[in-house]
Design a protein around this ligand. Structure first.
Ligand SMILES: [Zn+2]
Length: 162
């Protein structure tokens, strides 16, 4: 296994002799010993977490915020129809998918991902989210979605007044 290139002899085999977390474990300081020349040197390693960026309809980008998405979903959830842990799981799943597909995700894609996940869980929350979701705010879109939902979930229900 290749190690870090020794600053003295440039060999790249070393062993870690001491390891210490810094900054609440966001970074780690390692004391290494070169296996070739025996000299010691220190490395600082920082966890590189690529920020997931949300591209809004305006084209503006902002860092993805789990809490913000959870809050948006929470507002749509009527009367505790969905447990907070389920909302957390929805958010985690969406974030995971978004990170897997790239460093950027559009706010529209996030909104649709929420809708996809809410739909099978609670239809009231689903429709409420659809109605407040800014990227989905176009009235025609919402109407179409609501119709679609009625068609797929209650095909036999008679419409009132007919
Ligand atoms: Zn060396």
């Amino acid at each position: 296994m290749a190690g870090v290139r020794c600053p003295y002899c440039e060999a790249d085999e070393d062993k870690v002799v001491d390891s210490r977390a810094l900054d609440n474990a966001a970074a780690v300081r390692r004391r290494r010993e070169c296996l070739s020349c025996g000299r010691r040197f220190t490395t600082h390693e920082r966890v590189v977490e690529l920020p997931l960026m949300v591209v809004k309809r305006s084209g503006l980008k902002e860092p993805f915020e789990r809490a913000k998405l959870a809050d948006g979903i929470g507002k749509a959830v009527a009367g505790g129809a969905i447990a907070p842990e389920t909302v957390e799981a929805i958010v985690a799943g969406i974030e995971e998918d978004a990170r897997a597909s790239g460093p950027e995700v559009t706010s529209d894609a996030l909104g649709m991902a929420v809708l996809e996940r809410l739909r099978p869980i609670d239809q009231v929350s689903y429709l409420r989210f659809a109605s407040v979701y800014k990227g989905f705010g176009d009235a025609a879109d919402f109407e179409r979605e609501a119709l679609e939902l009625r068609k797929t979930t209650a095909p036999k229900r008679r419409r009132p007044g007919r």
